[in-house]
Design a protein around this ligand. Structure first.
Ligand code: CO
Length: 320
Protein backbone atom coordinates (compact mmCIF):
# COMPACT_ATOMS: atom_id res chain seq x y z
CA UNK A 1 0.00 0.00 0.00
CA UNK A 2 2.80 2.40 0.93
CA UNK A 3 4.29 2.01 -2.54
CA UNK A 4 1.20 3.79 -3.92
CA UNK A 5 2.17 6.97 -2.07
CA UNK A 6 4.44 9.42 -3.86
CA UNK A 7 8.06 8.35 -3.34
CA UNK A 8 10.02 11.19 -1.83
CA UNK A 9 13.76 10.72 -2.00
CA UNK A 10 15.79 12.70 0.44
CA UNK A 11 19.58 12.35 0.62
CA UNK A 12 19.65 12.51 4.44
CA UNK A 13 16.86 9.97 5.01
CA UNK A 14 19.19 6.99 5.48
CA UNK A 15 16.39 4.55 6.39
CA UNK A 16 15.06 4.85 2.83
CA UNK A 17 18.00 2.73 1.66
CA UNK A 18 17.38 0.06 4.32
CA UNK A 19 14.65 -2.49 3.48
CA UNK A 20 12.40 -3.17 6.50
CA UNK A 21 14.24 -0.57 8.62
CA UNK A 22 13.04 -0.63 12.24
CA UNK A 23 13.03 3.16 12.55
CA UNK A 24 13.28 6.29 10.43
CA UNK A 25 16.89 7.50 10.34
CA UNK A 26 17.76 11.06 9.32
CA UNK A 27 21.40 12.15 9.03
CA UNK A 28 22.16 15.48 10.73
CA UNK A 29 25.91 15.50 10.05
CA UNK A 30 28.76 13.03 9.48
CA UNK A 31 28.60 11.56 12.99
CA UNK A 32 24.97 12.02 14.06
CA UNK A 33 21.62 10.81 12.78
CA UNK A 34 18.19 11.24 14.35
CA UNK A 35 16.25 8.02 14.80
CA UNK A 36 12.46 8.02 15.21
CA UNK A 37 9.89 5.35 15.88
CA UNK A 38 6.23 5.23 16.87
CA UNK A 39 4.02 2.43 18.16
CA UNK A 40 0.81 2.13 20.17
CA UNK A 41 -1.76 -0.56 20.90
CA UNK A 42 -4.73 -1.61 23.01
CA UNK A 43 -4.06 -3.14 26.46
CA UNK A 44 -2.30 -6.52 26.47
CA UNK A 45 -2.60 -6.93 30.26
CA UNK A 46 -5.19 -5.70 32.80
CA UNK A 47 -2.74 -3.97 35.14
CA UNK A 48 -2.60 -0.37 33.80
CA UNK A 49 0.90 0.38 35.13
CA UNK A 50 2.33 -2.76 33.51
CA UNK A 51 0.47 -2.02 30.28
CA UNK A 52 2.17 1.40 30.23
CA UNK A 53 5.55 -0.19 30.89
CA UNK A 54 5.07 -2.78 28.11
CA UNK A 55 3.92 -0.16 25.59
CA UNK A 56 6.97 1.99 26.35
CA UNK A 57 9.46 -0.92 26.25
CA UNK A 58 7.92 -1.90 22.91
CA UNK A 59 8.16 1.62 21.47
CA UNK A 60 11.77 1.99 22.63
CA UNK A 61 12.69 -1.35 21.07
CA UNK A 62 12.94 -0.05 17.48
CA UNK A 63 15.42 2.59 18.67
CA UNK A 64 17.58 -0.09 20.34
CA UNK A 65 17.27 -2.38 17.30
CA UNK A 66 19.30 0.06 15.17
CA UNK A 67 21.87 0.59 17.93
CA UNK A 68 20.64 4.10 18.77
CA UNK A 69 20.38 5.85 22.13
CA UNK A 70 16.87 7.08 23.03
CA UNK A 71 16.69 10.77 23.94
CA UNK A 72 13.03 11.79 24.21
CA UNK A 73 9.57 10.31 23.89
CA UNK A 74 6.07 11.70 23.35
CA UNK A 75 2.99 9.98 24.76
CA UNK A 76 0.15 8.98 22.42
CA UNK A 77 -3.11 8.38 24.29
CA UNK A 78 -6.63 7.36 23.34
CA UNK A 79 -8.87 7.05 26.37
CA UNK A 80 -12.61 6.79 27.19
CA UNK A 81 -12.45 9.59 29.74
CA UNK A 82 -16.19 9.34 30.59
CA UNK A 83 -16.23 5.55 31.13
CA UNK A 84 -12.95 4.76 32.87
CA UNK A 85 -11.43 6.34 35.97
CA UNK A 86 -8.70 8.86 35.24
CA UNK A 87 -6.57 7.06 37.82
CA UNK A 88 -6.23 4.23 35.28
CA UNK A 89 -4.83 6.64 32.71
CA UNK A 90 -2.50 8.07 35.31
CA UNK A 91 -1.12 4.61 36.06
CA UNK A 92 -0.64 3.86 32.34
CA UNK A 93 1.35 7.08 31.93
CA UNK A 94 3.35 6.40 35.10
CA UNK A 95 4.29 2.97 33.78
CA UNK A 96 5.36 4.44 30.44
CA UNK A 97 7.39 7.18 32.12
CA UNK A 98 9.16 4.65 34.35
CA UNK A 99 10.46 2.69 31.31
CA UNK A 100 11.43 5.85 29.39
CA UNK A 101 13.43 7.04 32.38
CA UNK A 102 14.98 3.59 32.87
CA UNK A 103 16.17 3.84 29.25
CA UNK A 104 17.91 7.14 30.06
CA UNK A 105 15.44 9.21 28.04
CA UNK A 106 12.83 11.81 28.98
CA UNK A 107 9.15 12.32 28.17
CA UNK A 108 8.78 15.64 26.36
CA UNK A 109 4.97 15.77 26.23
CA UNK A 110 2.30 14.04 24.23
CA UNK A 111 -1.19 14.13 22.83
CA UNK A 112 -4.48 12.53 23.86
CA UNK A 113 -7.87 12.03 22.24
CA UNK A 114 -11.12 10.56 23.48
CA UNK A 115 -11.83 7.07 22.19
CA UNK A 116 -14.05 4.10 23.06
CA UNK A 117 -11.12 1.82 23.76
CA UNK A 118 -7.88 2.76 25.53
CA UNK A 119 -4.77 2.84 23.38
CA UNK A 120 -1.33 3.89 24.48
CA UNK A 121 2.09 4.14 22.94
CA UNK A 122 4.90 6.53 22.29
CA UNK A 123 6.85 8.21 19.57
CA UNK A 124 10.53 7.95 20.46
CA UNK A 125 13.45 10.02 19.20
CA UNK A 126 16.99 8.72 19.48
CA UNK A 127 20.43 9.43 18.14
CA UNK A 128 23.02 7.22 16.45
CA UNK A 129 26.35 7.55 14.69
CA UNK A 130 25.50 6.54 11.09
CA UNK A 131 28.80 4.64 10.87
CA UNK A 132 27.93 2.57 13.95
CA UNK A 133 24.24 1.94 13.38
CA UNK A 134 23.14 -1.66 12.90
CA UNK A 135 20.47 -2.43 10.35
CA UNK A 136 18.60 -5.30 8.72
CA UNK A 137 21.07 -5.33 5.81
CA UNK A 138 24.33 -6.64 7.24
CA UNK A 139 23.87 -10.42 7.73
CA UNK A 140 26.75 -12.45 6.24
CA UNK A 141 26.75 -16.19 5.48
CA UNK A 142 28.23 -17.99 8.48
CA UNK A 143 26.88 -15.46 11.02
CA UNK A 144 25.24 -16.88 14.14
CA UNK A 145 21.70 -15.72 14.98
CA UNK A 146 20.68 -14.88 18.54
CA UNK A 147 17.26 -14.10 19.99
CA UNK A 148 17.35 -12.12 23.25
CA UNK A 149 13.84 -12.88 24.62
CA UNK A 150 11.66 -16.00 24.54
CA UNK A 151 8.71 -16.33 22.14
CA UNK A 152 5.03 -16.81 22.95
CA UNK A 153 3.67 -13.42 24.08
CA UNK A 154 0.89 -13.53 21.45
CA UNK A 155 -0.31 -16.96 22.57
CA UNK A 156 -0.14 -16.04 26.26
CA UNK A 157 -1.81 -12.62 26.04
CA UNK A 158 -4.56 -14.23 23.94
CA UNK A 159 -5.01 -16.82 26.69
CA UNK A 160 -5.13 -13.99 29.24
CA UNK A 161 -7.86 -12.21 27.26
CA UNK A 162 -9.77 -15.51 27.10
CA UNK A 163 -9.33 -15.91 30.89
CA UNK A 164 -7.60 -19.25 30.41
CA UNK A 165 -4.65 -17.94 32.43
CA UNK A 166 -4.31 -15.14 34.98
CA UNK A 167 -1.73 -12.37 35.09
CA UNK A 168 -0.07 -14.21 37.97
CA UNK A 169 0.20 -17.35 35.79
CA UNK A 170 2.08 -15.46 33.10
CA UNK A 171 4.15 -13.21 35.38
CA UNK A 172 7.40 -14.26 33.68
CA UNK A 173 6.02 -13.30 30.25
CA UNK A 174 4.84 -9.93 31.57
CA UNK A 175 8.28 -9.25 33.06
CA UNK A 176 9.78 -10.24 29.70
CA UNK A 177 7.61 -7.71 27.84
CA UNK A 178 8.56 -5.01 30.37
CA UNK A 179 12.27 -5.74 29.95
CA UNK A 180 14.10 -3.17 27.80
CA UNK A 181 16.19 -4.36 24.85
CA UNK A 182 18.81 -1.86 25.98
CA UNK A 183 21.41 -4.22 27.49
CA UNK A 184 21.19 -6.53 24.47
CA UNK A 185 21.64 -3.55 22.14
CA UNK A 186 24.65 -2.28 24.10
CA UNK A 187 26.31 -5.69 23.84
CA UNK A 188 25.65 -5.90 20.11
CA UNK A 189 27.26 -2.47 19.59
CA UNK A 190 30.21 -3.34 21.79
CA UNK A 191 30.91 -6.61 19.97
CA UNK A 192 30.06 -5.23 16.53
CA UNK A 193 27.09 -7.26 15.30
CA UNK A 194 26.44 -7.49 11.55
CA UNK A 195 22.67 -6.95 11.59
CA UNK A 196 19.68 -6.68 13.89
CA UNK A 197 15.93 -6.33 14.01
CA UNK A 198 13.42 -6.61 16.85
CA UNK A 199 10.72 -9.28 16.89
CA UNK A 200 7.24 -7.76 17.07
CA UNK A 201 3.96 -8.23 15.21
CA UNK A 202 5.22 -10.30 12.27
CA UNK A 203 6.66 -12.93 14.59
CA UNK A 204 10.05 -14.61 14.29
CA UNK A 205 9.18 -15.91 10.81
CA UNK A 206 8.26 -12.48 9.47
CA UNK A 207 11.07 -10.42 10.94
CA UNK A 208 13.74 -13.08 10.26
CA UNK A 209 12.70 -13.51 6.63
CA UNK A 210 12.63 -9.73 6.13
CA UNK A 211 16.14 -9.41 7.58
CA UNK A 212 17.28 -12.28 5.33
CA UNK A 213 15.66 -10.55 2.36
CA UNK A 214 17.21 -7.16 3.21
CA UNK A 215 20.67 -8.79 3.56
CA UNK A 216 20.22 -10.99 0.42
CA UNK A 217 21.01 -14.15 2.41
CA UNK A 218 19.20 -17.26 3.62
CA UNK A 219 18.79 -18.44 7.20
CA UNK A 220 18.63 -21.72 9.03
CA UNK A 221 16.54 -21.70 12.21
CA UNK A 222 17.08 -24.41 14.83
CA UNK A 223 13.43 -24.88 15.75
CA UNK A 224 14.03 -27.00 18.85
CA UNK A 225 16.38 -24.40 20.28
CA UNK A 226 13.89 -21.55 20.24
CA UNK A 227 13.42 -20.03 23.70
CA UNK A 228 9.78 -20.12 24.79
CA UNK A 229 7.88 -18.55 27.69
CA UNK A 230 6.34 -21.08 30.13
CA UNK A 231 2.91 -22.41 29.04
CA UNK A 232 3.11 -21.01 25.49
CA UNK A 233 3.21 -24.53 23.98
CA UNK A 234 0.21 -25.55 26.10
CA UNK A 235 -1.78 -22.58 24.79
CA UNK A 236 -0.83 -23.51 21.21
CA UNK A 237 -1.96 -27.09 21.85
CA UNK A 238 -5.29 -25.72 23.09
CA UNK A 239 -5.64 -23.76 19.85
CA UNK A 240 -5.45 -20.34 21.50
CA UNK A 241 -3.66 -18.90 18.50
CA UNK A 242 -4.02 -15.13 17.96
CA UNK A 243 -5.47 -13.77 14.71
CA UNK A 244 -2.16 -12.13 13.89
CA UNK A 245 -0.53 -15.55 13.86
CA UNK A 246 -2.78 -16.70 11.01
CA UNK A 247 -1.99 -13.54 9.07
CA UNK A 248 1.74 -14.15 9.56
CA UNK A 249 1.34 -17.72 8.30
CA UNK A 250 -0.54 -16.62 5.21
CA UNK A 251 2.05 -14.00 4.42
CA UNK A 252 5.37 -15.58 5.41
CA UNK A 253 5.10 -19.39 5.50
CA UNK A 254 5.70 -19.63 1.74
CA UNK A 255 9.28 -18.54 2.56
CA UNK A 256 9.85 -21.50 4.91
CA UNK A 257 11.43 -24.80 3.93
CA UNK A 258 11.32 -27.90 6.15
CA UNK A 259 7.89 -27.24 7.73
CA UNK A 260 7.02 -30.95 7.46
CA UNK A 261 9.75 -31.78 10.00
CA UNK A 262 8.17 -29.52 12.66
CA UNK A 263 5.40 -30.01 15.20
CA UNK A 264 2.32 -27.82 14.61
CA UNK A 265 2.95 -26.04 17.92
CA UNK A 266 6.46 -25.09 16.78
CA UNK A 267 4.98 -23.51 13.67
CA UNK A 268 2.52 -21.62 15.92
CA UNK A 269 5.49 -20.27 17.81
CA UNK A 270 7.29 -19.16 14.64
CA UNK A 271 4.25 -17.17 13.49
CA UNK A 272 3.29 -15.89 16.95
CA UNK A 273 3.10 -12.07 16.92
CA UNK A 274 5.25 -10.66 19.71
CA UNK A 275 4.62 -7.63 21.88
CA UNK A 276 7.90 -6.09 23.03
CA UNK A 277 9.82 -9.12 21.75
CA UNK A 278 13.57 -9.59 21.77
CA UNK A 279 16.24 -8.56 19.32
CA UNK A 280 17.27 -10.96 16.55
CA UNK A 281 21.01 -10.31 16.26
CA UNK A 282 23.35 -11.60 13.56
CA UNK A 283 26.96 -11.97 14.73
CA UNK A 284 30.06 -13.18 12.87
CA UNK A 285 31.01 -16.70 14.02
CA UNK A 286 34.43 -15.58 15.31
CA UNK A 287 32.75 -12.98 17.56
CA UNK A 288 30.02 -15.27 18.86
CA UNK A 289 31.86 -16.62 21.92
CA UNK A 290 32.66 -13.09 23.15
CA UNK A 291 29.11 -11.99 22.33
CA UNK A 292 27.59 -14.85 24.35
CA UNK A 293 29.87 -14.11 27.30
CA UNK A 294 28.94 -10.41 27.31
CA UNK A 295 25.21 -11.21 27.06
CA UNK A 296 25.56 -13.52 30.05
CA UNK A 297 27.45 -10.86 32.04
CA UNK A 298 24.71 -8.33 31.31
CA UNK A 299 21.97 -10.75 32.36
CA UNK A 300 20.54 -11.08 28.85
CA UNK A 301 19.12 -14.37 27.57
CA UNK A 302 21.67 -16.29 25.50
CA UNK A 303 19.78 -18.23 22.81
CA UNK A 304 21.52 -19.16 19.60
CA UNK A 305 18.56 -19.87 17.32
CA UNK A 306 20.11 -20.21 13.89
CA UNK A 307 22.70 -19.24 11.37
CA UNK A 308 22.96 -17.24 8.18
CA UNK A 309 23.41 -19.14 4.91
CA UNK A 310 24.34 -18.00 1.42
CA UNK A 311 20.75 -18.35 0.24
CA UNK A 312 18.35 -18.49 -1.45
CA UNK A 313 17.84 -14.86 -0.42
CA UNK A 314 14.97 -14.31 2.00
CA UNK A 315 14.29 -18.03 2.55
CA UNK A 316 14.38 -19.80 5.89
CA UNK A 317 15.21 -23.47 6.37
CA UNK A 318 13.75 -24.97 9.53
CA UNK A 319 16.30 -27.35 11.03
CA UNK A 320 16.02 -29.58 14.11
CO1 CO B 1 10.98 -3.20 14.73
Amino acid sequence: MLSQLPQIHHPELLSQEIPFADAAIYRLNASEALVQSVDFFTPVVDDPYKYGQIAAANALSDIFAVGARPLMALNLVSFPINCLATDILLQILQGGAERVHAAGAVIGGGHSIEDDEPKYGLSVTGIVDPQEMITTCGCCPGDQLYLTKPLGTGLLTTALKGEVVSEADIAETIEGMILLNQAAAEVMLEVGASACTDITGFGLVGHASEMADASRVGMKIFVRQLPVYPQAFEMAEMGLVPIGSHRNRDFYFSRLDGQESCDPTQLDLLSDPQTSGGLLISVAAQKSEHFEQRLKERGVLVARVGEVTSGPAGRILLAP
